[in-house]
Design a protein around this ligand. Structure first.
Ligand code: NDP
Length: 320
């Protein structure tokens, strides 16, 4: 029997291709899309590795599709409801990126609070020697009250890293976590009232859409800091820009944006905003570990019908 074809989206990093090996035949989706593939090829496509997303319409172009592997933990771009209806298994890459994303979050938090990006620019532009030392940063991290919006796999790693920083830690999730001593707030509004620093690490779902809005930012206050490493979807960027312009929020550190890779021009001008191009997990070691998990999911599926990390929304049919 011929090997199953696994279709790879174009923007995939090379680690996935290297690690997938030759148990499957790899095919990079042509620029022209499915219309460039002949029927025989389409019929042999039984797996997809999709970076960014995969719609129900795309799934329906592939009659024999069995598995979609997402090379990330957030799989909001994949229509899992449609996949479940079709009996297609969706997998993602939880846990292997927790440390990297948590480390990035701490880096972004410090960078934002102390404005190190602007201080570095000062050095690189030769202004230190010409104009003297850089201005004092308006804020410090020590003594802050940090609220985590989301305390899952990554949120917990962030919280544990925050402990030695002499900050108070609190969180909001839909349900209080057993065995967790951090102060719990049953709503985001209550958490924002109680803290001056908010870290967003919730998934993109209908319930999290633009939930960080003017009310939340106003509650954080003029010395308040917002850090977003979850999804841009969760922040109302118009409200954020308005709060920064009015000085009712002290600063923001953002790794993710509503309409990536488009970052609102207005956000680029604020000295008290640190911007990253969605790089929280983007190191060679971590992206390699994520690619390995993609490969393990694909090979686990085709060898034994057992993917390693399927998402809860799609069923894994019992092994025949
Ligand atoms: P988990 O599923 O482990 O954790 C999600 C957390 O969010 C849980 O604590 C959950 O608690 C909470 N949550 C979910 N929905 C809501 C809601 N409506 N209101 C309040 N809390 C909610 O996910 P991970 O920690 O592994 O990843 C979180 C997200 O981070 C990913 O989905 C992805 O979007 C993003 N991410 C971003 C990266 C980047 O590069 N910037 C890299 C990796 C991840 P409960 O269920 O009790 O509400």
């Amino acid at each position: 029997m011929s090997k199953p074809i696994v279709l790879l989206s174009q923007n995939l990093n090379k680690f996935v291709q290297t690690l997938l090996g030759d148990d499957v035949e790899q095919l990079v989706l042509p620029e022209a899309g499915f219309s460039a593939l002949d029927t025989d090829t389409i019929d042999r496509i039984r797996g997809v590795v999709a970076f960014g997303g995969f719609s129900g319409v795309e799934m329906d172009c592939l009659p024999n599709l069995e598995i979609i592997a997402c090379p990330g933990v957030g799989y909001d771009g994949i229509d899992t409801a449609h996949a479940a209806e079709r009996g297609i298994v969706v997998t993602h890459t939880p846990n292997v990126l927790n440390d990297e994303v948590a480390d990035t979050t701490i880096g972004l938090l410090l960078n934002t609070v102390r404005q190190f990006y602007a201080a570095e620019k000062w050095v690189r532009e030769g202004r230190w020697a010409k104009e003297g030392g850089y201005a004092l940063s308006p804020f410090a991290l020590t003594g802050r009250k940090v609220g985590l919006y989301g305390l899952g796999r990554i949120g917990m790693e962030i919280a544990q890293r925050l402990e030695p920083f002499k900050v108070e830690i609190a969180y909001h999730t839909r349900s209080k976590k057993d065995g967790v001593d951090y102060a719990y707030y049953p709503s985001l509004a209550e958490l924002a009232e109680a803290v001056d620093t908010l870290i967003c690490i919730v998934p993109k779902t209908p319930q999290t859409h633009k939930t960080i809005d003017q009310t939340v930012m106003k509650a954080l206050g003029p010395e308040g800091i917002l850090i977003n490493v979850g999804r841009g979807w969760t922040v109302n960027e118009d409200d954020l820009i308005a709060a920064l312009e009015a000085g009712t929020l002290g600063g923001a550190g953002l790794d993710v944006f509503y309409d990536e890779p488009h970052v609102p021009e207005k956000l680029m001008v604020f000295e008290n905003v640190s911007l990253l191009p969605h790089v929280a997990s983007a190191s060679v070691p971590t992206r390699t570990a994520m690619a390995q998990l993609v490969a393990d999911n694909i090979s686990g599926w085709f060898a034994e019908g057992r993917p390693v990390t399927p998402v809860p929304e799609t069923p894994v049919p019992p092994k025949a």
